[in-house]
Design a protein around this ligand. Structure first.
Ligand SMILES: [Fe+2]
Length: 191
């Protein structure tokens, strides 16, 4: 199904990215990157890979002081993307997203597999069922706590959204199976 989607018309262009990776990768992030590299070297299928990356990301999300002050900055207008790491070979990217109260994504799928873990706050992950001809039908809504993880395969067939319905900022960590260093919004396909 995703093959017939014109991505130029389905880009989620919300979400700003005011900061790039730090010059020196922090130790906890370096360990996580090495773990992801080892998982990529294995023979797991996409879903198993995303699930294993999510498990590792959940551990990273429990690291205190993981983010530099500039990587925790939000924006009153829209949720904020901070690129933490981009694999030099373009195989994956790691980001932190900052959600101010009331901010969220549209319903979307991904152009690559993805994993998410809550670092701070209580954001909500909403899952949908994709019905060709009808679009995304609500299926499940989960308010998450720090350390909780989720993952998704590539494609419009796996619609979801993240929103922060709490009254405090939230921060989530993400890993996507593609290079987002030049175009961080290129991961989302609106459903
Ligand atoms: Fe997503």
């Amino acid at each position: 199904m995703s093959a017939v989607v014109d991505l130029r018309q389905h880009r989620d262009v919300s979400g700003r990215r005011p900061s790039g990776p730090l010059a020196v990768v922090p130790p906890a992030l370096a360990r996580y990157v090495a773990h992801v590299e080892s998982l990529l070297a294995g023979a797991a299928d996409e879903e198993a890979l995303a699930a294993r990356v999510a498990g590792a990301l959940g551990e990273l999300a429990c690291e205190r002081d993981l983010l530099a002050p500039e990587q925790r900055i939000g924006d009153a207008e829209t949720y904020t993307r901070h690129l933490l790491y981009a694999d030099p070979e373009g195989r994956f990217s790691v980001l932190a997203l900052v959600w101010m109260p009331g901010q969220g994504t549209p319903v979307h799928g991904h152009t690559a597999w993805g994993a998410v873990a809550v670092h701070e706050g209580r954001p909500t992950v909403a899952l949908y069922e994709y019905e060709p001809g009808y679009g995304a039908l609500p299926r499940q809504e989960l308010q998450c706590v720090p350390g909780e993880v989720s993952w998704v395969r590539a494609g419009i067939q796996y619609p979801h959204r993240i929103c922060n319905t709490s009254d405090r900022p939230a921060i989530t960590l993400h890993t996507y199976g593609r290079d987002l260093s030049r175009n961080p919004t290129g991961i989302n396909i609106l459903v």
